[in-house]
Design a protein around this ligand. Sequence first.
Ligand SMILES: [Zn+2]
Length: 440
Amino acid sequence: MSFACDLLIINGTILTEPGLKAPLPDGYVAIQSDTITAVGAMAELPPQTSARQTIDARGDLVMPGLVNGHCHAAMTLFRGLADDLPLMDWLQKHIFPAEARFVSKEMAYWCSKLAAAEMILSGTTTVADSYFLEEAAAKAFHDSGMRAIVAQGIIDFPAPGVPDPAKNIEAAEAFIKTCQEQGRKRITPAIFCHSPYTCSAKTLRFAKTLAAEQTCKFFIHLAETHHEVKQIHEQHGMSPVQYLHNLHLLDHNTVAVHCVHLSDEDISILKHSATAVITCPESNMKLASGIAPIPKMLAAGISLGLGSDGCASNNDLDLFGEMDSLAKLHKVANLDPTVMPASQALRLATSGGAEALGLGESTGRLAPGLKADCIILNLDAPHLTPFHHHDLLVYGAKGSDVRTSIIDGVVVMHERQILAFDQAETMAHVRKLATALHSR
Ligand SMILES: [Zn+2]
């Protein structure tokens, strides 16, 4: 028997379901067009197999591309702009004013493309992005070759692209329609309400109704800080989770980001409403927001993914570093090294994140029928030698160990060179925008 394919990865250690299955020590992945057609041991590869392109992954590890469950890609412009501040000062005194002045379509396009470059180079193949002027981000992700859920931001303040907040739902609806009409492969529109403290009950309900009508995901920052919990309790006499539950906003199409401050009752509500949660440990650590009860949420069976959050509160988009932080943060917080093992961190950054975003049947695993989103890591490095166990991907590997990134069957990065677009041009545009920011 023989078969032909477009792209064949051979001789690699294949990790088909990180955190769930043991790796295949000497295997192959066959890709036809945008889809994985076969995964198996080299010994089982039909001898007459032909491929238009073959990548020899001898000594390398092949795994699914990582899934970044929450990002504000355009905020790469604000990387390092205001470090070491509490969230409310950071947001109200620095980020919101900078956004009001410097976020434009041009900025959102180039800065999202820079984020795409950083993510592709560090092994992320799918991102759920939430920001303003999201059509520009959609174009940037399309042009960069990434798979993306692009969520148009809604907030009850004048926002970039929507100076009149009374028109924020209208603008989001127009965005979804445009995005659907564009029909760009790999790009899925969604809605992002900034938070329960920056959107009124009316705005939240209208936004959720719009998302439901368009069968879109509804993203929201939720229970991020003590300040938010206090404010919502003072205004509504309940927790942020209970408040959203009462507004009928929590269901399987809602993705709640952060969920740092939760009661046991809140966890039960999230579980029974089938709300997915994205945790962003480095952002929560940097802004000293707190530590999300991830082990409790895992025990409750909540669908969980991992996110970087925006660059301004992280300050990078490397999910390998994020996995390391996730695993270690919960160990020290619980004084228990068995809490949050590396396998859980790997699962959250791959199949767990894909499922939380409703993409579990498309990406996050290497299996026939799934989209061909995979990365190849070079293990021939001192910090990865010896490679006893794939836990080292969490505790030792860096995004810079990724040698090749393949998205939707296309090799978008190989030998650390982005092939899908001009990285130098993108960086030059962002540097120019940053110059304007510094001379404000
Ligand atoms: Zn965020």
